[in-house]
Design a protein around this ligand. Structure first.
Ligand SMILES: NC(=O)c1ccc[n+]([C@@H]2O[C@H](COP(=O)([O-])OP(=O)(O)OC[C@H]3O[C@@H](n4cnc5c(N)ncnc54)[C@H](OP(=O)(O)O)[C@@H]3O)[C@@H](O)[C@H]2O)c1
Length: 327
């Protein structure tokens, strides 16, 4: 059968996202046919659209998107744990979620608990799993830690702020406007810094009494990372988990020596590659959502055909809520 899709026809601006159709076949062994109900728009979709070197991103034309929710329509031979009508979600199963129907491996799907709405999960699943590994596995945030979160008002950033507060951390967040500073303060951020008009290194040093912080979560990359290193306390860890302003330039490893610093460039994919890890992090994130422990706004739910508008909005840096596409 044919289904609706968005294709990236060439690397470039939002206009290269073209609406069309693609063939979908019946599910084979271990596969499930899912009708998407909500497709998450994530910043990584912009890296793929612009051709920023990222993982195993293909050459155009290709269908972008790394995350969606939907309803199971049919299951292939050997699929035992899922049946038609189940509500499911997934993240990082290769590119191709900007479609109305998709064939997916059953082993990468997670059932959405009855207590959670489709939209809430579509707006937060990939970002929630990301926060889970950043705060609980890569570096285990402890009560009383003072941590630095860049782009704190962004999709991942605002979840990091809220989850870290629940873990008892003191959170310093950087943001790109005074309105965003007010927003993250309402979310619980203890110190908000507008890095477009304030020197975030000086501010972090002032706030921490010149001690620095044990961990920096940096998703901005080029514009911030070298400064992030300066914000660390001895033996601190700088996590570059995104490159919204461009990739971090090469730097001499020797820079880390005087304070015994560590640097990490992680990806969610490795943290959920094993089914057991995918299940554990999904369960812990869903439990927190079900308890009402995280405030999540949906800024807009746009038709799939309007994916270009969604990309322009995300790149415009004015949003404080998530963007969804609806086939
Ligand atoms: N490695 C992983 O496992 C992983 C997984 C998921 C997401 N990520 C990364 O996490 C980050 C957040 O993803 P998201 O989908 O939630 O996006 P987002 O945070 O909602 O949007 C990116 C934010 O980056 C900030 N920014 C700074 N410089 C920018 C620039 N030159 N252009 C555009 N934005 C800029 C903006 O906030 P201000 O205006 O406040 O500066 C913007 O809101 C992304 O870098 C993404 O690649 C990584």
């Amino acid at each position: 059968m044919k289904t609706q899709c968005i294709r990236i026809t060439a690397f470039g601006g939002p206009e290269v996202l073209q609406f069309g159709e693609v063939d979908v076949s019946e599910p084979g062994a271990g596969e499930v046919l899912v009708r998407h109900t909500g497709i998450g728009v994530n910043f990584v979709d912009i890296y793929h659209r612009t051709g920023q070197l990222h993982g195993d991103a293909p050459q155009p034309p290709f269908i972008p998107g790394v995350q969606a929710n939907g309803v199971v329509e049919a299951v292939g031979p050997g699929v035992r744990d899922l049946r038609a009508g189940d509500r499911v979600t997934y993240a990082n199963v290769g590119l191709g979620s900007y479609v109305a129907h998709r064939l997916l491996p059953a082993e990468r799907l997670i059932r959405i608990p009855d207590t959670l709405s489709d939209d809430l999960v579509a707006a937060s699943y990939l970002r929630g799993l990301t926060c889970h590994y950043l705060l609980k596995r890569l570096y285990r945030v402890q009560a009383g830690d003072t941590i630095l979160v860049h782009a704190a008002a962004g999709g991942v950033g605002q979840l990091l702020v809220q989850w870290a507060k629940r873990l008892g951390a003191i959170v310093i967040g950087t943001v790109g406007s005074d309105a965003k500073a007010e927003f993250v303060t309402r979310l619980g951020c203890d110190h908000a810094i507008n890095y477009r008009r304030q020197n975030f290194i000086e501010e972090v040093m002032r706030i921490t009494g010149r001690e620095g912080v044990p961990v920096v979560y940096d998703s901005v990359g080029a514009d911030t990372f070298m400064g992030s290193l300066e914000c660390l306390s001895p033996m601190g860890l700088a996590v570059n988990y995104g490159t919204a302003s461009g990739q971090v330039p090469a730097f001499p490893l020797q820079l880390l020596h005087s304070k015994s610093l560590s640097v990490c460039r992680p990806t969610l994919r490795t943290y959920i590659a094993r089914r057991a890890d995918l299940e554990t992090s999904s369960r812990e994130f869903f439990d927190l959502l079900a308890q009402g422990g995280l405030h999540i706004d949906i800024a807009e739910k746009l038709p799939l055909a309007n994916a270009a508008d969604a990309h322009a909005l995300l790149e415009g840096r004015t949003l404080s809520g998530a963007l969804l596409l609806e086939p």
